[in-house]
Design a protein around this ligand. Structure first.
Ligand code: NAD
Length: 294
């Protein structure tokens, strides 16, 4: 994977400043990861409580490093100061790349991407952290689709090495190269993949969630399934994993996948995951999903 990534970085542009849209699970994680590798990053959200949450998570992670003597309090302060939380687009004219990490909804993403394209410089790259939505489809509202790519991090961002860099139909080689180089600079292992709903990893993961849902429908106990998958050797079972991902993100992603692959995933499937989501059990982000969190 590393060798392949190297071939892609030949035409990379310099990135001196980045921005992330959304300060949720992923946006906050992306901001933390960039700042901890020395890259200044603007973090924009529409809710101030989400910005507080994003900054709080970054402080918590850095605080642990100070406790373990891997960082001094001064270095922690310096790292945190590289993240600039904001509710408005003030400084977007200077940014070299904007990573969109708002909710998994094509309409919201289209609106946000179109809006931000009008504010950044001509050659700035726009990247989407979407889990499932086709990059070519997201690019249809853009004036400069050649500057747009997928940059799909995994959760939790600071621990998961892989980043999928997704080539939309019109993505330029420079945009791919710059995004690959940025992922490497952020300490990640990029893999360039072609565009389709779910890309590579989620084409494997979503059918797994579907199979889990079906097991529950047939009477399996989710705690039991989780324990069995842990004994099988996976770091966590499917119920815990969907709680980490967020049941809202899971359900919205499953809808996109069902539309893209109607022969493989049922669009109207109403299993336990959807039921919990409809009862506002969103997982770790709001304290209750399959499990309860303090
Ligand atoms: P989240 O619900 O934790 O956060 C979404 C954030 O976007 C919220 O803070 C919300 O206030 C903000 N937002 C909504 N509209 C906005 C706008 N117009 N401008 C700026 N901010 C806005 O969701 P998340 O889990 O961080 O997911 C974000 C994206 O990342 C989705 O596309 C999701 O599919 C993808 N993703 C999620 C995971 C995961 O495991 N959760 C993993 C990889 C990719």
């Amino acid at each position: 994977v590393k060798k392949l990534a190297k071939q892609h970085t030949k035409n990379a542009h310099d990135i001196n400043e980045a921005a992330v849209l959304g300060a949720g699970i992923m946006g906050g994680g992306i901001a933390y990861q960039a700042a901890s590798k020395g890259l200044p990053i603007i973090m924009k959200d529409i809710k101030s409580e989400q910005l507080d949450l994003g900054m709080g998570e970054a402080s918590k992670l850095l605080g642990k490093m100070v406790e373990r003597k891997k960082m001094t309090p001064a270095q922690m302060g310096e790292t945190l100061s590289r993240i600039r939380p904001t509710l408005n687009y003030g400084d977007f004219g200077e940014t070299d790349i904007v990573i969109e990490a708002v909710v998994e909804n094509p309409k919201v993403k289209h609106a946000v991407l179109k809006e931000v394209e009008g504010l950044v410089k001509e050659n700035a790259i726009l990247a989407s952290n979407t889990s499932t939505i086709s990059i070519t489809h997201l690019a249809t509202v853009l004036e400069r689709p050649e500057n747009f790519v997928g940059m799909h991090f995994f959760n939790p961002v600071h621990r998961m090495p892989l980043v999928e860099v997704i080539r939309g139909e019109k993505s330029s080689e420079e945009a791919i190269a710059t995004t690959v180089a940025l992922a490497q600079r952020m300490g990640k292992v990029p893999v360039v993949v072609n565009d389709c709903p779910g890309f590579l990893v989620n084409r494997v993961l979503f059918p797994y969630f579907g199979a889990f849902d079906l097991l529950l429908k047939q009477g399996a106990d989710f705690v039991h399934v989780d324990k069995v998958m842990e004994k099988f050797g996976w770091p966590m079972g499917p119920a815990y994993l969907i709680d980490v991902v967020g049941l809202d993100t899971g359900v919205h992603g499953a809808e996109v996948m069902a539309e893209g692959f109607p022969d493989r995933m049922k669009p109207d499937y109403k299993g336990a995951i959807k039921h919990l989501f409809e009862n506002n059990r969103l997982g770790q982000k709001n304290g209750v999903g399959f499990y309860k969190y303090e």
